[in-house]
Design a protein around this ligand. Structure first.
Ligand code: ZN
Length: 192
Protein backbone atom coordinates (compact mmCIF):
# COMPACT_ATOMS: atom_id res chain seq x y z
CA UNK A 1 0.00 0.00 0.00
CA UNK A 2 2.31 2.64 -1.32
CA UNK A 3 -0.17 5.44 -0.96
CA UNK A 4 -0.44 4.74 2.74
CA UNK A 5 3.30 4.97 3.20
CA UNK A 6 3.13 8.19 1.30
CA UNK A 7 0.47 9.57 3.64
CA UNK A 8 2.70 8.62 6.52
CA UNK A 9 5.73 10.17 4.88
CA UNK A 10 7.61 6.89 4.86
CA UNK A 11 9.13 4.82 2.13
CA UNK A 12 7.28 4.77 -1.12
CA UNK A 13 7.44 2.00 -3.66
CA UNK A 14 7.21 3.10 -7.24
CA UNK A 15 5.39 0.22 -8.87
CA UNK A 16 5.83 1.55 -12.35
CA UNK A 17 9.57 1.40 -12.23
CA UNK A 18 9.99 -1.10 -9.43
CA UNK A 19 12.21 1.21 -7.44
CA UNK A 20 11.87 2.40 -3.91
CA UNK A 21 12.30 6.04 -3.13
CA UNK A 22 11.59 8.13 -0.09
CA UNK A 23 9.51 11.25 0.20
CA UNK A 24 11.11 11.99 3.55
CA UNK A 25 9.07 13.05 6.51
CA UNK A 26 5.98 14.93 5.41
CA UNK A 27 3.42 16.43 7.74
CA UNK A 28 0.69 13.83 7.64
CA UNK A 29 -2.34 16.10 7.45
CA UNK A 30 -0.96 18.64 4.98
CA UNK A 31 -0.85 16.98 1.62
CA UNK A 32 -2.17 17.81 -1.78
CA UNK A 33 -5.54 16.08 -2.23
CA UNK A 34 -5.08 16.17 -6.01
CA UNK A 35 -2.34 13.60 -5.63
CA UNK A 36 -4.75 11.14 -4.09
CA UNK A 37 -6.18 10.29 -7.50
CA UNK A 38 -2.74 8.98 -8.42
CA UNK A 39 -2.84 6.88 -5.24
CA UNK A 40 -6.22 5.45 -6.20
CA UNK A 41 -4.76 4.54 -9.59
CA UNK A 42 -1.84 2.85 -7.89
CA UNK A 43 -4.15 0.88 -5.59
CA UNK A 44 -6.21 -0.26 -8.60
CA UNK A 45 -3.10 -1.35 -10.53
CA UNK A 46 -1.72 -3.20 -7.50
CA UNK A 47 -4.97 -5.00 -6.84
CA UNK A 48 -5.43 -6.08 -10.44
CA UNK A 49 -1.80 -7.19 -10.70
CA UNK A 50 -2.38 -9.33 -7.61
CA UNK A 51 -5.40 -11.13 -9.07
CA UNK A 52 -4.29 -14.39 -10.62
CA UNK A 53 -7.67 -14.64 -12.39
CA UNK A 54 -6.80 -11.62 -14.55
CA UNK A 55 -4.29 -12.48 -17.28
CA UNK A 56 -1.34 -10.10 -17.68
CA UNK A 57 -2.53 -9.03 -21.14
CA UNK A 58 -5.83 -7.80 -19.65
CA UNK A 59 -4.45 -5.86 -16.69
CA UNK A 60 -4.08 -2.52 -18.37
CA UNK A 61 -7.62 -2.65 -19.75
CA UNK A 62 -8.98 -3.83 -16.41
CA UNK A 63 -7.30 -0.92 -14.60
CA UNK A 64 -8.73 1.54 -17.10
CA UNK A 65 -12.21 0.05 -16.75
CA UNK A 66 -11.92 0.16 -12.95
CA UNK A 67 -10.89 3.80 -12.89
CA UNK A 68 -13.69 4.72 -15.28
CA UNK A 69 -16.16 2.95 -12.98
CA UNK A 70 -14.78 4.78 -9.94
CA UNK A 71 -15.03 8.15 -11.70
CA UNK A 72 -18.61 7.42 -12.65
CA UNK A 73 -19.33 7.03 -8.96
CA UNK A 74 -19.04 3.49 -7.68
CA UNK A 75 -20.36 1.76 -10.74
CA UNK A 76 -19.31 -1.73 -9.64
CA UNK A 77 -21.80 -3.41 -11.98
CA UNK A 78 -20.09 -1.79 -14.94
CA UNK A 79 -16.68 -3.11 -13.94
CA UNK A 80 -18.11 -6.56 -13.23
CA UNK A 81 -19.59 -6.57 -16.75
CA UNK A 82 -16.29 -5.51 -18.30
CA UNK A 83 -14.39 -8.27 -16.50
CA UNK A 84 -16.91 -10.91 -17.52
CA UNK A 85 -16.93 -9.78 -21.16
CA UNK A 86 -13.19 -9.50 -21.52
CA UNK A 87 -11.86 -12.40 -19.49
CA UNK A 88 -12.89 -15.77 -20.71
CA UNK A 89 -13.72 -18.26 -18.00
CA UNK A 90 -13.66 -15.73 -15.17
CA UNK A 91 -16.20 -16.88 -12.58
CA UNK A 92 -18.95 -14.32 -11.97
CA UNK A 93 -18.28 -14.44 -8.23
CA UNK A 94 -14.64 -13.49 -8.83
CA UNK A 95 -15.59 -10.58 -11.07
CA UNK A 96 -18.06 -9.32 -8.47
CA UNK A 97 -15.56 -9.71 -5.63
CA UNK A 98 -12.82 -7.85 -7.52
CA UNK A 99 -15.15 -5.03 -8.57
CA UNK A 100 -16.62 -4.65 -5.10
CA UNK A 101 -13.24 -4.61 -3.34
CA UNK A 102 -11.75 -2.08 -5.77
CA UNK A 103 -14.71 0.26 -5.35
CA UNK A 104 -14.76 -0.13 -1.58
CA UNK A 105 -11.07 0.69 -1.34
CA UNK A 106 -11.34 3.69 -3.63
CA UNK A 107 -14.24 4.97 -1.51
CA UNK A 108 -12.21 4.55 1.68
CA UNK A 109 -9.22 6.36 0.15
CA UNK A 110 -11.29 9.27 -1.09
CA UNK A 111 -13.05 9.63 2.24
CA UNK A 112 -9.75 9.52 4.13
CA UNK A 113 -8.33 12.19 1.84
CA UNK A 114 -11.37 14.40 2.34
CA UNK A 115 -11.38 14.06 6.13
CA UNK A 116 -7.63 14.60 6.47
CA UNK A 117 -7.98 17.71 4.35
CA UNK A 118 -10.70 18.90 6.71
CA UNK A 119 -8.21 18.54 9.54
CA UNK A 120 -9.74 15.42 11.06
CA UNK A 121 -7.22 12.99 12.48
CA UNK A 122 -9.11 10.25 14.29
CA UNK A 123 -11.96 7.93 13.39
CA UNK A 124 -14.11 5.63 15.47
CA UNK A 125 -14.41 2.15 14.00
CA UNK A 126 -18.02 1.04 13.53
CA UNK A 127 -18.88 -2.60 13.00
CA UNK A 128 -22.07 -3.23 11.05
CA UNK A 129 -23.29 -6.06 13.27
CA UNK A 130 -23.01 -8.56 10.42
CA UNK A 131 -19.76 -10.52 10.28
CA UNK A 132 -16.98 -9.21 8.02
CA UNK A 133 -16.32 -12.49 6.37
CA UNK A 134 -14.21 -12.67 3.25
CA UNK A 135 -16.43 -13.98 0.47
CA UNK A 136 -13.58 -15.51 -1.47
CA UNK A 137 -9.81 -15.65 -1.59
CA UNK A 138 -7.25 -17.69 0.23
CA UNK A 139 -6.78 -18.42 3.88
CA UNK A 140 -8.17 -21.01 6.23
CA UNK A 141 -11.67 -20.90 7.67
CA UNK A 142 -10.17 -20.42 11.13
CA UNK A 143 -8.10 -17.53 9.80
CA UNK A 144 -11.15 -15.90 8.24
CA UNK A 145 -13.12 -16.30 11.45
CA UNK A 146 -10.31 -14.78 13.48
CA UNK A 147 -10.24 -11.88 11.06
CA UNK A 148 -14.01 -11.38 11.30
CA UNK A 149 -13.69 -11.43 15.11
CA UNK A 150 -10.91 -8.84 14.95
CA UNK A 151 -13.20 -6.49 13.01
CA UNK A 152 -15.90 -6.87 15.63
CA UNK A 153 -13.45 -6.19 18.45
CA UNK A 154 -12.40 -2.94 16.83
CA UNK A 155 -15.92 -1.55 17.00
CA UNK A 156 -16.01 1.66 19.00
CA UNK A 157 -12.21 1.92 19.06
CA UNK A 158 -10.40 4.98 17.87
CA UNK A 159 -7.83 4.84 15.12
CA UNK A 160 -5.67 7.44 13.44
CA UNK A 161 -6.99 8.11 9.96
CA UNK A 162 -3.51 8.06 8.45
CA UNK A 163 -2.64 4.77 10.09
CA UNK A 164 -5.79 2.68 10.18
CA UNK A 165 -5.91 -0.21 12.63
CA UNK A 166 -3.93 -3.40 12.87
CA UNK A 167 -5.68 -6.60 11.76
CA UNK A 168 -3.78 -9.83 11.08
CA UNK A 169 -0.50 -7.97 11.21
CA UNK A 170 -1.60 -5.50 8.56
CA UNK A 171 -2.91 -1.99 8.87
CA UNK A 172 -6.29 -1.51 7.30
CA UNK A 173 -9.33 0.76 7.47
CA UNK A 174 -13.02 0.07 7.97
CA UNK A 175 -14.35 -1.12 4.62
CA UNK A 176 -10.90 -1.95 3.24
CA UNK A 177 -10.69 -5.71 3.65
CA UNK A 178 -12.53 -8.06 1.36
CA UNK A 179 -15.98 -8.74 2.78
CA UNK A 180 -15.65 -5.93 5.35
CA UNK A 181 -18.89 -4.14 6.16
CA UNK A 182 -17.39 -1.81 8.74
CA UNK A 183 -17.37 1.95 8.46
CA UNK A 184 -16.24 4.78 10.73
CA UNK A 185 -17.39 8.05 12.11
CA UNK A 186 -15.20 11.06 12.58
CA UNK A 187 -13.95 11.63 16.09
CA UNK A 188 -13.91 15.23 17.20
CA UNK A 189 -12.47 15.89 20.64
CA UNK A 190 -15.05 17.39 22.99
CA UNK A 191 -18.04 16.05 21.06
CA UNK A 192 -18.03 12.56 22.46
ZN1 ZN B 1 -15.09 -5.10 8.94
Amino acid sequence: MGWLSWLRGGTHRDHKHGTIGSFGVLPTVRFDPDLVSGDVERMVRDMIAGESDIPAAKRRGASRAALASIRRGRDAANLTGWLLNEIEGLPKASAQRIARTIHNRATVMMRLARELKQGLEVGIWMHSGAPCYPLAGGGTVAGKEASAAAHKQLSGKRFKLVEGALIDGEMCWPGWDEGCRCTWRAYIAGFE
